[in-house]
Ligand binder design. Sequence first.
Ligand code: ADP
Ligand code: MG
Length: 697
Amino acid sequence: MASRKPASPASRPPTTLDTELTYLKGAGPHVAQRLRALDLRRVRDLLFHLPLRYEDRREHVALARLRAGAPALVRARVVAADVRYAGRRMLRVMLDDGSGGLLLRFFHFNDAQKTNLTVGRWVQAYGDVRAGGSGLEMVHPQYRVADEAEALPAEDGLSPVYPLTTGVTQTRLRDLIARALDLAAADAELNAAIPGLEGATLAALNVIHRPRSDQDARQLLACTHPAQQRLIREELLAQQLTLRLLRSRLRERPAPVLQAAASAPRELQRVLPFMPTRAQQRVLDEVAADLVQPRPMLRLVQGDVGSGKTVIAAAALLAAARAGRQAVLVAPTELLAEQHHRTLSQWLTPLGVAPAFLANRLKKAERQAVLEGLADGRMPVAVGTHALLEETVRFAQLGLVVVDEQHRFGVQQRLALRDKGGAHTPHQLILSATPIPRTLAQSVYADLDVSVIDELPPGRTPIATVVLSNERRDEMVARIGEACASGRQAYWVCTLIEESEELDAQAAEVTAARLREELPGLRVGLVHGRLKADEKDAQMRAFQSGHTQLLVATTVIEVGVDVPRASIMVIENAERLGLAQLHQLRGRVGRGSEASQCVLLYQPPLGDNARARLETMRATTDGFVIAQRDLELRGPGELLGRRQTGEIGFKLADPVRDAPLVPALQPLADRLLAQQPQRAQQLIARWIGDPERYARV
Ligand code: ADP
Ligand code: MG
């Protein structure tokens, strides 16, 4: 039998930053297990688990001075406490500090809480103050109880608030992080300077995790403190390093040379019903120049709604097919995939390249036939949803992937494609109608080349936009009726009531029924996300063919749907939507030669921000102007959701707010990669986590 050594402190190696959290004092196997959910495995990881925000608990606010709508720290005596049944069981605790009163309410409570919060005791509570039925109140505040006021002091510095996981409290995390900071004090790597950035990382981390009372709280709360700015730069630098590394590794791989790319646009021209615009021509050339290289193309094409990005995709698909390779186009929804399939069939089938279609709704046999055709190479071009990129789909020799509306297509997805083409890595072309300011594109798409279609096809008459109160809905309905009777087609868009496809679909059904009643004789269609694919398809076809005159729709039609004859759009409750979404929706009209109208109906009263959004929509149709305005109105972080921004979750940096910092970091990133690759790897590991996850290219 092997002898088991007793676990004495002497036999254990000393705790360092590389020690696993199981062995950290104050953590242990149980807590360590839970911390793994936050991607925290070693002591070092704790240092980079940064506060989401701070709470200011440095001063007790007198109850008489509380204001609804803001958080506050209070300290007062319990003057009454009871349990009431008012619909729900609830514990009510009345506080008084001599200046005024405050009600604490708890819907979830246990006996210990009930016996703790008794008359005469002192309570320190922190929470959001709100106006209740009988004065100000806090619901489920954080609190402590004591017999003496002195036992409940306010805090010295700001309190950091960390992302949590079940079973680990803020207090526990703060203690563990403090321990990690102490262990880091002498760490050479964290104290070393980073070329181009002032100061050391560790000093900044100390300020951020343990703000001292004399530190500028206002700056920390606004995220403008020099220590925060220092770490934001470092994080953005790490992101640039990662994207650059990934790009250069991808570009080292062989890609098929598609010689036919040079002649594909000309060949396509034979079947196109129009001439490409100058901007389209330029982008066609840029794409063709990429495709004849033996390295994978990594190109993003940005072009406002209606600028004609599909032509670029078609030429690239044709080039691949002519070069004897396979190509796929993936779209974010089935509706869009079907539409692309129709358009591309019109153009490419006469050239002998009939595109296949793959989506989840296909019958088993149909699906099987497509899968076989792709696997044995008989099918050169396929159009579909992201189902096309699933692991189970095999290709004989995939040479090109075109991704339409890239919102859900980040770094990870780009990497996943690298082995799809066998010995070769497929070229990647990403189409996006989300206009983003140039500095932001540099930050988020640092691994892509960018082409811009900055011109709309000729003959478009500008869309006239009006903003109307819901009170004038009847008038609007009558006008739609007249317009449709005279041969025009219109969209009626119902906006999300909640983030629920189900409710959304119901609301659209109700609206459609009501419009059918109000406009008898009009052919009213309906599409929403809950329809079966073939029903949806039938509805869209009926509208596209001109049979349906008025199409009631949820925001499912937001992206890419193209019916040039539709020239009126009504958006109900437009105040609920963001600018980017309104712009996308409006882009569905104004595609033909007829003058188009967009009516934004709103439910009064309008807030300032909503008013500004609707006014922007009324004043301009330029996607880049709208994107800029969106940035100003919505503030940082919301333009692109965090998850959409390259899929590297940021801890502190905000790719929108901090975009102006990026250009100065790019030369730093280049220099670091060339001269100190080890150091670059360290920074990537520090911020992006396990480098293997990203760097295994
Ligand atoms: P996007 O995908 O950029 O929003 P589409 O490719 O769907 O735009 O094109 C919008 C509409 O404009 C389509 O009906 C398309 O056939 C048409 N179109 C594209 N390019 C031109 C052009 N150069 N001249 C005229 N019409 C065009
Ligand atoms: Mg499109």
